[in-house]
Design a binder for this molecule. Structure first.
Ligand SMILES: [Zn+2]
Ligand SMILES: [Zn+2]
Length: 272
C-alpha cells in the first residue's frame, strides 16, 4: 500500500471518509461518516447533508444506508437526509435502509419528532427497510455481513464486514471496545476501520483508546488499520486533545481522506 495523490482514482471503487470525529466533533473533524462508491453510506450523523455537499454528492445519488447503532452522532441526520432527498434532490429511486429489528420504529419516531407530518409518505413509500444480517447491496459491487460489537447495549451496536467483488474486505467496526467479534473478522480483513473514541486515561469497555488501537495493529500485522471516530484534534488547535502518537503503520484518518481499491483487490490511501 502506498500513499499517493492521483487523479485517476475517481472512476475506481473507493471509500471516502467524510467525517472522522467522535460524538463531540473535535477541532477539524466532523462526525464519523463513510461513503462508498458515491452511493453507499454507513450511518447518518447530524451534519450528514453538509458533509455530502462538501464531497459534491447529492442525497438523491444515495442508494444504500447502513446503520451501525442508535447513538445520536450516527443517526440524527436521518430526518434531514430523507426530507432533503425528497423535496430538494427530488430523488425518484427508493432508499434501501439496512438496520436491526426495531430500527424502523426508532428512525420513524425520530423523523416524526424532527419534521412532524412531513415525512409520513417518505417513510412508508420511499424506503425499503431491510433487516437481513447479510446480503448483497444491489447495483453495487459490495456485499455485507453485520455483526454485534461491544458498545452501549441500549444502542444495539453492530459493525459491518464489507466485501468488494475484487475480494477486498473492509471491516467497519462501528463504535466498539475490543471484542472477539472484531478479532475474528480482523483475520480476514484487508483494512480495519476502527474507532478511537477516547484517550488513554479513559478505560471504557465501549471504546478503543490509543493503546488498544496499537495492540490491535500488533495482533493483525497483515491488515491496514485506519482510525476514525477520533477523540483528538486534527492539527494544532488549542483546546481539546492533541493527536496521540500511534505505531507508524497506523493511519489516523482526516476528513476527506479516501481509500481507492483496484481491480485485483489492492488498495491505496489518498490524502488531498
Ligand atoms: Zn459514535
Ligand atoms: Zn456510539
Amino acid at each position: 500500500m502506498a500513499q499517493v495523490i492521483d487523479a485517476t482514482w475517481r472512476a475506481m471503487p473507493r471509500v471516502q471518509f467524510l467525517g472522522t470525529g467522535n460524538a463531540f466533533s473535535p477541532h477539524g473533524r466532523m462526525h464519523a461518516l463513510v461513503l462508498i462508491d458515491g452511493n453507499i453510506l454507513v450511518d447518518a450523523p447530524p451534519t450528514l447533508l453538509p458533509q455530502l455537499r462538501r464531497a459534491g454528492v447529492s442525497s438523491g445519488e444515495i442508494d444504500h444506508l447502513l446503520f451501525t447503532h442508535w447513538h445520536a452522532d450516527h443517526m440524527f441526520g436521518f430526518p434531514f437526509f430523507i426530507l432533503e432527498r425528497k423535496v430538494v434532490s427530488n430523488a425518484e429511486k427508493s432508499l434501501n435502509v439496512y438496520l436491526r429489528p426495531n430500527g424502523k420504529e426508532i428512525l420513524s419516531n425520530l423523523s416524526h419528532v424532527g419534521f412532524p407530518g412531513s415525512l409520513n409518505e417518505v417513510l412508508n413509500d420511499d424506503i425499503n427497510w431491510l433487516e437481513e444480517e447479510s446480503g448483497e447491496l444491489q447495483n453495487s459491487e459490495w456485499s455485507y455481513e453485520r455483526f454485534q460489537v461491544t458498545h452501549t447495549p441500549e444502542t444495539d451496536p453492530h459493525g459491518y464486514l464489507l466485501t468488494h467483488t475484487s475480494g477486498f474486505k473492509l471491516l467497519h467496526c462501528g463504535d466498539s471496545g475490543p471484542c472477539q467479534e472484531i478479532e475474528d473478522r480482523s483475520k480476514v480483513a484487508n483494512v480495519i476501520l476502527i474507532e478511537m473514541g477516547v484517550p488513554d486515561f479513559v478505560n471504557s469497555p465501549n471504546h478503543h483508546n490509543p493503546s488498544q488501537v496499537n495492540s490491535l495493529a500488533e495482533r493483525h500485522p497483515h491488515a491496514t488499520i485506519l482510525v476514525t471516530h477520533n477523540y483528538s484534534n486534527s492539527g494544532e488547535q488549542a483546546g481539546g486533545f492533541p493527536r496521540p502518537e500511534l505505531k507508524p503503520e497506523i493511519i489516523q484518518l482526516e476528513d476527506g481522506d479516501e481509500l481507492v481499491i483496484e481491480e485485483n483487490g489492492d488498495y491505496f490511501h489518498v490524502r488531498k
